[in-house]
Design a protein around this ligand. Structure first.
Ligand code: SF4
Length: 694
């Protein structure tokens, strides 16, 4: 990374999907000062607490600085040779489906592209999935069902132009703080703008909401199916738009007619009056943006929830226009980039699926004869297959599934039993790294060079400002060196991320006559070093706002309504509480970075469980005392936070703490591996647990 010099560098925050621009200045003593980039269109200079503390998290404490084999320092050749030898042997003996890569929304697009190309193009298996499966796979599936493509239609300025913002399953105030700040500023300028929060918990985001609907877990489908019926009954459907640009409303409305307000009230736990008030507000407000996040996606019915929301926007023609539309906000810094390269097991590359035409097209572009012919194992299925002994070699990149996957204890057991585990990561002390046979030191934020895509489809550069420490290397380099040793050197003769990005952009435009949404062909040949934040599509001719022309990426060009049948209301067994999980304001994932900043840890010092006072009383749980949560999957011990922000019968525990930071604080040990049948995304917000005082 030759540009890692002193001076101010424009880069991008490595945390959430807002994708804020950051100015990083390395001082002569190697300390780093951080400021928001006033020119970046995601944040215009704003940063949240995590972003502004980035300079406090770049120490080398806890870094993996040299390759290791079975815990002993090795050199790069030894480690890479062993990885290639063991992968080759597994493939020769058990076939390409016996190996896998599990990646991360922390990878840069270039890293992701090379990993995906290696697995799907040259190893010939689609067993490459990612922690993004845990984040937004249901949005991907919902978009594809409705639009024929995984297209997020929204732009951030829509949030400022809307007259009504509906936040569904999103604590934007803590999880996407700069978007929240933008809404707060817009409301100050236009007090008539309204916000509705739909969330089982009264989170900090309720502070800006005129209306908080404390919905029952998984009640979202019923609420939005009922809204479609309400729109239809009131004659609020935009029949011209629907007739010209959509198909399937009849079936969707027919299903919705079975959901009058009284039944919606039963399914959601909301009062008929509050439901009607929300429906009326939605109906009479033209400019509506519905923002949804993990409360929608992390569900066994997540894809249906996404389509129930999109149906209401299609029915009213509120999509593809300023200040309106359904808007999925991604959790991770590069969840979108991973989707773009095809870094999910059910996608091929560049937003192409495993159709015969796409397999042929991608194979010709890559010069690959053995392109995977169909989807591979999604995250939960991948670790289940590993537990059954079907995965003989796995490579985990930049993520910590031993703490973040559902049934985390079973995932740990599966990795212990896997014959060959490679982990490439910047951190040495994760629970996943502890199980690796080969440890590969990866470059971290501030050292890496590449691109990320944020929630509004904006591609921004991450640029290095620190030298590579020890023997750390960028992920793309590590992957291409293994590819070379597997005999694919010619297709992986990369000398840097600019070349990889150019190839990625060229693939997106290869034989793309506009029939596919993702197209970066206008960036082929662009100056990578100086590339400004850019929203896709970037075709050679100017692109309209996504769906501004009401042309969708289905065979007939029309958007599709999806009939949604809401699940029956969930009735937990007596004595069992429903466990919801999520983020806190100042920590990120399993705290490998934010855990280094004392001021971030000061906000929430230890894992806790939010519990309603009535439940706490009934169970003998006292304020600030320890609570043991358990079910057949595992145990977690957390501090009681007794609060009426929480609905009765339900609990909330943050997802961040690992055994490294709090003994028995791993909440994902309690979460079952139940998934959405369409997207494969696990229901991370619906575990059943027993709670008892300690
Ligand atoms: Fe980083 Fe997200 Fe905060 Fe922006 S809002 S500074 S991207 S964590």
């Amino acid at each position: 990374n030759p540009s890692a010099a002193t001076g101010t560098i424009k880069t991008t925050c490595p945390y959430c999907g807002v994708g804020c621009g950051v100015l990083a200045t390395r001082q002569a003593d190697n300390s780093v000062t951080i400021a928001g980039d006033p020119d970046h269109p995601a944040n215009f200079g704003r940063l949240c607490s995590k972003g502004s503390a980035l300079g406090e998290t770049i120490s080398l404490e806890g870094r993996l600085l040299h390759p290791e084999i079975d815990g002993t320092r090795a050199n790069w050749d030894q480690a890479l040779d062993l990885v290639a030898t063991r992968f080759r042997a597994a493939i020769a003996e058990h076939g390409p489906q016996s190996v896998a890569i599990y990646g991360s929304g922390q990878l840069l697009t270039e890293d992701y592209y090379v990993a995906n190309k290696l697995m799907k193009g040259f190893i010939g298996s689609a067993n490459i999935d990612t922690n993004s499966r845990l984040c937004m796979a249901s949005s991907v599936a919902g978009h594809k069902r409705a639009f024929g493509s995984d297209t997020v239609p929204g732009n951030y300025e829509d949030l400022e132009q809307a007259d009504l913002i509906v936040l569904v399953g999103s604590n934007l105030g803590w999880c996407h703080p700069v978007l929240y700040q933008r809404i707060v500023a817009a409301r100050a300028a236009r007090p008539e703008m309204k916000v509705v929060l739909i969330d089982p918990r009264r989170t900090v985001s309720a502070d800006i909401a005129e209306m908080h609907l404390p919905i029952a877990p998984d009640g979202d489908s019923a609420l939005f199916v009922g809204l479609l019926a309400h729109l239809d009954q009131l004659g609020a459907v935009d029949s011209d738009y629907v007739a010209a640009y959509t198909t399937g409303i009849e079936a969707a409305v027919l299903t919705a007619e079975d959901w009058p307000v009284a039944r919606v009230a039963e399914a959601t736990g909301l009062s008929p009056l509050s439901i009607t008030r929300f429906y009326d507000l939605f109906t009479r407000t033209r400019k509506v943006v519905t923002v949804f996040s993990q409360g929608v996606n992390q569900s066994a019915a997540g894809t249906d929830k996404v389509n129930a929301i999109i149906n209401c926007h299609l029915a009213t023609g509120r999509i593809g226009k300023p200040g309106m539309g359904p808007f999925s906000v991604t959790g991770q810094p590069n969840a979108m980039g991973g989707r773009e390269v095809g870094g999910l097991a059910n996608m091929l590359a560049a937003h192409m699926d495993f159709t015969p035409e796409a397999i042929d097209r991608v194979g010709r572009f890559w010069g690959a004869a053995d392109v995977a012919q169909g989807p591979g194992l999604k995250a939960v299925d991948l670790f289940a297959a590993m537990a059954r002994g079907e995965i003989k070699a796995v490579w985990i990149m930049a993520t910590n599934p031993v703490d973040s996957m559902p049934e985390a204890d079973a995932v740990r057991d599966a990795l212990r039993a896997c014959p060959f585990v490679v982990v490439s990561d910047m951190n040495r002390n994760t629970d996943t790294m502890a199980l690796a046979h080969v440890r590969l030191p990866a470059a971290g934020w501030g050292e890496k060079d590449g691109t990320v895509t944020n929630s509004e489809r904006r591609i921004s550069r991450q640029r290095p400002f620190m030298p590579l420490p020890g023997e750390a290397r960028p992920d793309w380099w590590i992957i291409k060196e293994v590819a070379r040793r597997l005999g694919f050197g010619q297709a992986f003769a990369y000398f840097g991320p600019a070349q990889i990005f150019a190839e990625h952009a060229a693939l997106s435009g290869f034989e793309n006559d506009g029939g596919r949404d993702f197209d970066l062909s206008g960036l082929v040949g662009a100056d990578y070093e100086t590339m400004a934040p850019t929203q896709w599509p970037v075709r050679s001719r100017p692109a309209a706002r996504m769906f501004g022309d009401a042309k969708f990426f289905t065979p007939d060009g029309k958007a599709r309504f999806v009939p949604v049948q809401p699940p029956p209301p969930f009735a937990p067994s007596p004595g069992v509480l429903m466990l919801n999980t999520g983020r806190v304001r100042d920590h990120w994932h399993t705290m490998t970075r934010t855990g280094k900043a004392a001021r971030l840890s000061a906000h929430m010092a230890e894992p806790f469980v939010e519990i309603h006072p009535a439940d706490a009383n009934a169970l003998g749980i006292r304020r600030a005392h320890l609570v043991r949560l358990s079910n057949r999957h595992g145990v977690a011990v957390v501090r009681a936070l007794v609060t009426d922000r929480q609905r009765r019968g339900e609990l909330f525990v943050p997802m961040h703490w690992t055994d490294q930071f709090a003994s028995e604080g791993r909440v994902d040990a309690l979460v079952p591996g139940k998934t959405d049948p369409v997207s494969g995304q696990p229901a991370l917000k619906m575990a059943q647990v027993h709670a008892e005082p300690m």
